[in-house]
Design a binder for this molecule. Structure first.
Ligand SMILES: Cc1cc2nc3c(=O)[nH]c(=O)nc-3n(C[C@H](O)[C@H](O)[C@H](O)COP(=O)(O)OP(=O)(O)OC[C@H]3O[C@@H](n4cnc5c(N)ncnc54)[C@H](O)[C@@H]3O)c2cc1C
Length: 525
């Protein structure tokens, strides 16, 4: 008798695990996770991702042990690990989920497919999101998403239900983050990994915090508790998307009558779970969007204007705009920011600072604990204005501070110097008269170091004129006939679709809930 190999990737759970379920139908299974040094050497990989992964793997290993099995964690390139295993204990069937990853995992998967063909091993990849491989027509995508998310969940196997193949290997120690060449920084206040923590976060959100979702997700002050905070658990598959969607729909039906406000919040949350897959589908259908403009008419727009000083100031959190620098400081400490503040960072980077989305995106990928390539790169391009199909949103960092942190609680929490600056000047410290600077003990000067308690940096550029120049450059390109002409094909391939003859669904017809599938408006965000 042979066994089937289950290769865990970014699907680190036993519940609702299609690959494990399919493999177990054939007979015994061997469960494998591979720590791949070449992936951890990529510019989008960070220490925090590795630490969160190990925390999640530890729980997965414990859950498998409770079923009488074992998680084999090996370090090496996947094709080499597969070849070693195949020599020690031949297998004919490999199962995994369909991964929509970065260029490195895409190439790795192609190498695995070649290896499987050469060894006559069949490799079955199963969908774990509402993302469709080889999607032929975007018009039908929503139906796929609905079919995926409404299908019954596959329960976690009961003890004794799975047959495990005896281990061909002794246990291998996992490498340290340092040995993989990762930066030493691990945000001290980041979320911790593991399915049980993910489940607790979901539970807490659906039963308590969802009441704050509506109206609470835009301000960086309220967002940390108002948002679900499920993103890293979805990104590593500690929770299945389907279980989150179905738990939300269940809760919405409970709340519908008595607590309409909270139900509305969950409706908006559900629409984000739809966007989750909508954006990943873009990378699945066009992997090149990780490294080149979705709309090729924007090629050359920013590529030749590299400004290392602007980039360094942004990443150090010393642009001089309090809201931007506070967001960078929070991100460094927690590994998380809400959507609006992520969009603000990219907008400031892309317009007044005129930086290319690629470098900024690699830096942010390392900062975000929840880095999900499909969402990340699609959003980077959308916010930088290079998709050609989305309205250009340019966020003003001063206005965002006035709207979302009017009493400066957030900026003072993350920027020590601002604690000493009086209210009248705190959101625009560069306007502070010298006498006030002297009185409060904070000088505003170009060379102020990041995080200094007694100095604040001058803004890198004059915001209004730099933003105007950037918008003009983008818009003049957008007006060119060939750039306009190329837009239709992108809308056809990637644009979101309206439901039912182009009309948004009416609220009454929306129950039982389906996510808003109209164009990507931010609702009340
Ligand atoms: C430049 C930029 C980069 C981003 N990179 C990532 C990323 O790498 N990984 C990631 O998960 N999200 C990313 N987002 C989307 C969004 O900011 C995060 O999903 C959200 O802040 C995570 O917090 P949450 O789980 O509490 O969100 P909630 O508001 O509670 O949303 C629930 C879930 O819906 C999905 N979601 C929410 N907003 C979006 C959106 N705008 N687009 C697609 N899916 C969404 C996420 O899976 C999220 O976990 C990015 C946004 C921007 C502007």
């Amino acid at each position: 008798m042979a066994y089937s190999l289950v290769w865990f990737k970014r699907d680190l759970r036993l519940h609702d695990h299609a690959a494990l379920h399919a493999a177990s139908q054939r007979g015994p299974v061997l469960c494998l996770f591979v720590i791949e040094p070449s992936l951890w050497a990529q510019p989008d990989a960070a220490h925090q991702h590795y630490a969160f992964l190990l925390e999640t793997l530890r729980e997965l290993a414990r859950d498998l042990k409770a079923l009488g099995g074992r998680l084999h964690v090996r370090t090496g390139e996947v094709t080499e690990v597969l070849a070693q295993l195949h020599t020690l204990a031949p297998f004919e069937h490999l199962y995994s989920h369909e991964e929509t990853g970065n260029a490195a995992t895409f190439e790795r998967d192609k190498a695995v497919a070649r290896w499987c063909r050469a060894q006559a091993v069949t490799w079955q990849e199963l969908a774990q999101f509402g993302v469709v491989r080889r999607l032929s027509d975007r018009n039908h995508w929503l139906r796929h998403w609905q079919a995926h998310t409404t299908a019954p969940q596959l329960p976690c196997p009961e003890p004794g239900a799975l047959a495990f193949w005896p281990s061909p290997w002794p246990t291998q120690a996992v490498p340290s983050a340092h040995a993989l060449g990762l930066d030493a920084w691990d945000p001290p206040q980041r979320q911790r990994g593991g399915r049980s923590i993910g489940q607790a976060v979901l539970d807490d959100f659906l039963n308590q915090r969802c009441r704050q979702y509506r109206g609470g997700i835009s301000s960086p002050l309220s967002a940390p508790t108002a948002c679900s905070r499920l993103s890293p658990y979805l990104a590593l598959g500690a929770l299945s998307l389907r279980e989150v969607v179905q738990a939300t729909q269940h809760k919405m039906l409970q709340l519908k009558e008595q607590q309409a406000y909270a139900a509305k919040g969950l409706e908006a949350f559900l629409s984000r779970l739809h966007w989750h897959c909508h954006f990943i589908q873009k990378l699945e259908s066009e992997p090149e969007l990780e490294w080149r403009n979705l709309h090729r008419g924007y090629d050359g727009l920013r590529e030749h204007d590299v400004n290392p000083a602007h980039f360094a100031a942004l990443t150090d959190g010393r642009t001089g705009w309090p809201m931007v620098d506070a967001c960078v400081a929070m991100l460094r400490e927690t590994g998380w920011l809400n959507f609006r503040m992520r969009a603000l960072l990219v907008s400031v980077a892309s317009y007044p600072l005129w930086l290319h989305w690629r470098e900024v995106g690699q830096w942010l990928a390392r900062q975000f604990l929840d880095y999900e390539p499909g969402i990340h790169w699609s959003q980077m391009q959308m916010q930088a204005g290079t998709t050609g199909i989305n309205t250009t949103r340019v966020y003003n960092p001063v206005k965002q501070a006035q709207d979302h942190d009017p009493t400066a609680v957030f900026v003072r929490r993350w920027c020590p110097a601002l604690r000493r600056v009086p209210d009248s000047w705190v959101l625009e410290p560069w306007r502070m008269p010298e006498s006030v600077q002297l009185a409060c003990g904070v000088t505003v000067r170009a060379d102020a170091p990041a995080g200094a308690p007694d100095a604040w940096p001058l803004p890198l550029v004059a915001l209004d004129s730099a933003t105007r120049r950037a918008k003009d450059r983008l818009h003049s390109l957008r007006q060119q006939p060939e750039v306009r002409a190329a837009k239709a094909a992108i809308v056809d391939k990637h644009g979101s679709r309206k439901e039912r003859d182009g009309r948004p669904p009416s609220p009454r017809r929306r129950l039982p809930p389906t996510p808003a599938s109209t164009q990507l408006s931010l609702g009340f965000d």
